[in-house]
Ligand binder design. Sequence first.
Ligand code: GSH
Length: 213
Amino acid sequence: MQLVIGNHNYSSWSLRAWLLLRQFDLDFETVRISLFVPGFSQQIKQYNPAGKVPVLLDNGTTIWDSLAICEYISEQHLHNNGWPSNPALRAHARSSCAEMHSGFMAMRSELPMNCRRHVDNFVVSAEVQKDTDRICTLWNEALSQSGSGQFLYGDFGIADAFYAPIVFRLTGYGVKLPKPLQAYCDRILALPACQEWLKLAQQESEVIEEEEV
Ligand SMILES: N[C@@H](CCC(=O)N[C@@H](CS)C(=O)NCC(=O)O)C(=O)O
């Protein structure tokens, strides 16, 4: 399997798919393409006519969207263990990922993922606070329903991979969270796979000015 990704420092959509593969210890090769540099468009279009990362290539099958990639990995390589087995929890997890996939626009635009950025008290707008409050509600519901309190729905799964870029943003910009949710963020950050991603981001030198808020 090959996963085509963008810069570790900035590509939140790439992180989702990469983290799921890495956390489940699946065998894959990473193809990294620098975002928004001359030649990016031609390079990515060799893999994905839609011109975006991430892209998964597996035995002649191409999957070009982070949610579709995670669904595919779960079905084809994880015996569906990317999702919780309980149908109600699974429905909640799927809704959470869909909400992440199509929402939280203020958080995305005002706090772009930037793994190298560490600010103590970034002042967030009312809109970002609204997104943060909604994320806290959603995480609280997930953690309390799943019982174990370790990951959102018990064992690590697609929802944790989907919200990992949010963990990176909230902690990177120093957004204050209630203790149990900060503890959840700390558990995600402590995963060896997340540490590996952060290290790779540190080693990159490209700077995308628009992402440096
Ligand atoms: N819906 C896509 C969105 C992917 C996406 O927007 N990727 C960004 C990078 S993080 C990209 O490739 N941008 C390049 C461009 O827009 O030219 C997914 O979830 O995979």
